[in-house]
Design a protein around this ligand. Sequence first.
Ligand SMILES: [Zn+2]
Length: 193
Amino acid sequence: MAWTVDDGTSTEVVAAYAAFAAATGTRLTMFVNGIYASWDENAEALRSLVASGQVQLANHTWSHPDLTTLDDASIQAELQRNHDYLAEVYGVDARPYFRPPYGAHDDRVDAAAAAIGYTTPTLWYGSLADSGELPDQQIVDLANEWFASGRIIIGHLNHLPVTRVFDQLTGILEARALTTVTLNDVFISAAHP
Ligand SMILES: [Zn+2]
């Protein structure tokens, strides 16, 4: 199962996910918006996890706009600024994966992104629905509903409740004999080295 987490409006939540990954070996893909201070503030904690490949960083645009409302040059500027940030601070090339904010994309957005190397819009099949704050138990219930083999699950680095139920989420993975993978773990290929 590919456990992906987005945004990073909370430094505390990004820190908790980094600590969780380090403690458990859970493999994660983080769709970063570089505009949030959490990515500078957690760079030390994340850098070795990123360097080892346990945590993959991917592109969620710089400032989280609805890309379908922007012209092509602005779409590319949003992705490129974030790309450059990830290269500079974390030393990674986030291509080819981008996640359009709100899942909003169309053929024009995809073509503009592909022209600068972001050839793979990455959506999800299953959500912890925590872009806004939810009760702890609701996140556990959603994990019970969605965690399964072969799925891309979306969560968010924005609100604390998920950090209080990591043990229960890990328990669901274990009970279902699921292992976690990054996007690169699964999709790397000659076409997308
Ligand atoms: Zn987002």
